[in-house]
Design a binder for this molecule. Structure first.
Ligand code: ADP
Ligand code: MG
Length: 344
């Protein structure tokens, strides 16, 4: 995930121990994390024993991901606790979506400066709501005291040898992206007070950063259609080029084809919207490639209006990533927008 959002200077950390506050570690786990998320019959042993015991379906492969969110690095200091709980799970759900896997079980390693019950209750509610929406059970974790840091490990499964990889693309494959990237980067800028005057669009854009909606249903359907897939967490251009590189190709992206939301265009204008769509982070959309011979079937079985995805380009033999606008190559750095160049 994007680590580019450093939020000012860190306040000095004053260590506190969970044991010193009224709520014991045991009570905290029992109150907020036992029963968090969905109930699943394949959880033979969940929160409460030394480890969880899970029943993986026959014929399936286990698919595992883990991601850490650090206070002030991956979310602004003082973010709504529900958003932190939501995002800690969402970033992992998005990784499983990119594999075409179905999520099932999560583990939560939580480091807290203090056992603040109001904070914990909102945090757990935010995580639980998203977990239930995707039928994920919280089956274990670890709770420690220290600077706020949230790690979620997510386990899921896919039918044997069917998961989507980054490496399956070939030159000539069509490249698509779901949703409207760039919204979350604008939402983060609004959260940080870097984008004043976003007007009515502000609420929508903030929501897109605080409560991203990972594309699990699309990911599972894409197992039948896509040659390669990656989730867009660090900016569309950078992630599309990661997919291309893993596939031994390069990628050409058509600037005018990049989907941007009306809200983003209203907030920052058309040019800046496309720039944010290419280089912003935290979208948790899917970028995927499809063989040219499979595109018609994709479009008819997963109508783009209903599934919300757009063709943005093509994989090519020449390495690297280019954005083309009216026949000219625009130059961007992967970590951010640089400057325009035109071919000699
Ligand atoms: P141990 O010392 O054996 O690791 P813990 O006291 O850390 O056990 O945890 C007790 C139980 O509570 C374990 O089942 C563990 O998985 C679970 N657990 C601990 N912290 C969390 C958490 N933040 N969320 C979910 N489950 C947790
Ligand atoms: Mg133990």
């Amino acid at each position: 995930m994007s680590t580019l959002c450093w939020i000012g200077r860190r306040a000095p950390y004053v260590p506190t121990s969970i044991d010193r506050v009224a709520l014991s570690e045991f009570d905290l786990i029992d109150r907020y994390f036992r029963g968090c998320g969905a109930r699943r019959t394949d959880v033979r042993v969940g929160v409460g024993d030394d480890a969880a015991i899970l029943d993986c379906p026959a014929g399936a492969e286990l698919v595992a991901a883990v991601d850490t969110l650090v206070d002030g690095v991956h979310f602004p200091r003082g973010s709504p606790p529900a958003s932190i709980g939501h995002r800690a799970l969402a970033v992992n759900l998005s990784d499983l979506a990119a594999m075409g896997a179905r999520p099932a079980w999560a583990l939560l390693a939580l480091t807290l400066p203090q056992a603040d019950e109001a904070w914990l209750s909102e945090f757990a509610a935010g995580m639980s709501a998203l977990a239930r929406a995707h039928e994920v059970a919280l089956v274990g974790g670890d709770t420690t005291s220290g600077p706020l840091c949230v790690t979620v490990q997510l386990l899921g499964y896919a039918p044997r040898a069917s998961a989507l990889l980054r490496s399956g693309g070939r030159a000539g494959d069509a490249v698509f992206v779901s949703g409207t990237p760039g919204d979350a980067a604008a939402g983060l800028a609004i959260e940080q007070g870097r984008l004043p005057g976003a007007g009515e669009a502000a609420a929508y854009l903030r929501e897109r950063f605080l409560y991203p909606a990972p594309r699990l249903a699309l990911g599972e359907c894409l197992r039948r259609h896509a040659s390669a897939c990656i989730d867009v967490s660090d900016g569309l251009l950078g992630d599309a080029s990661k997919l291309a590189r893993a596939s031994g190709c390069g990628v050409e992206i058509t600037y005018d084809g990049i989907p941007v939301s009306d809200a983003l265009v209203r907030a920052v204008g058309e040019e800046r919207a496309r720039e944010l769509a290419l280089t912003g982070g935290d979208d948790y959309e899917l970028c995927f490639s499809v063989r040219p011979t499979h595109v018609a079937r994709l479009l008819s079985e997963l109508p783009p209006e209903r599934w919300s995805y757009t063709r943005i380009g093509t994989l090519r033999e020449t390495p690297g990533a280019d954005v083309l606008r009216a026949g000219a190559v625009m130059s961007f750095s992967h970590s951010g927008y640089d400057h325009f160049t035109t071919p000699a």
